[in-house]
Design a protein around this ligand. Sequence first.
Ligand code: SF4
Length: 337
Amino acid sequence: MLLHVKITAIFYTSIIMAKSWQQQLKNALSGDHSKTLQTQEDYSQQAAKLFRPVVTDEVINAIQKQPYTGALSNQFLPTSAETEDHPDFTSDPVGDHNALADQGIIHKYHGRVLLVASGSCAVNCRYCFRRHFPYHKHLASRHNWQAVIDYLSAHTEVHEVILSGGDPLTLTTSSLQSLTDQLTKLNHIKTLRIHSRIPTVLPDRIDKPLMDWLDRLRFHKVLVTHINHADELTDNAINSLNKLKQHNVTLLNQSVLLKSVNDDVDTLIKLSYALFNNGVLPYYLHLFDRVQNAAHFEVDISQAKLIYEGMRRKLPGYLLPKMVQEVAGQTAKTPVN
Ligand code: SF4
């Protein structure tokens, strides 16, 4: 059971500050740090084959430093629960495939287009709704950015471009720059939104060249972080958020309601205040998307509503995220009341 997972790798020592963010990312992707997770009794090799475990030094350190709750490790640890068969859970629960307008271009919502700009992440979240996404076929990467620009040129009703993935901040700053050099020529694009977990899981990526790039952009800049629990806000993570704030980036957060991670009122209230104290507004609380191999994360809808009501009673309105569900084929997120 996930609740029984404990991180006990006491010999692990970190030299995060001595490594570049590129080296830290390389180590995470190489699976080196997942060896730490492998010491856990619930670690499943079979589940690891289904979706490669990827974690960063920052996450491993956070797991080891904080009193054990499972809230962090449960998000990244492959367990045997992933190998169970649940027929109602699918490989594409949010209908990404049907919304693909061109390679790596997802056009679901009015006025906004999402680019699958990277197939990599600095962490692989076990509940990710894109854990089965065929990035090798559907990537808006450097080699086909002209197709992206052509698509956007033909869609002048689009005013916001969302960089997603994977995690777009795994791209080099020069890659990001080459994309925005093109985007900036399209006068109808007013806002650049970045969906990224990197400010908290790989804070060193929020470096000066990235800040310089952000400063050069003419767009409104929005970064939507993905933080599920206040324990993810390490000192390094807070520092990276502060930097983004200082460079005029509007910071919002989306969380996913996950069993054995954040499925109680007090945890989510604490998260809202922790976000606010660090310049981030709680934006969405997503119901778990019913993706194959992650059914054990689902919180029952009636329980989700009770939790949300508990939050509503105690939080000021501006700290209450919208609880929503992404329903395949819908042209907007569906509020859960
Ligand atoms: S960082 Fe985002 S895209 Fe990457 S695995 Fe986690 S939830 Fe999925």
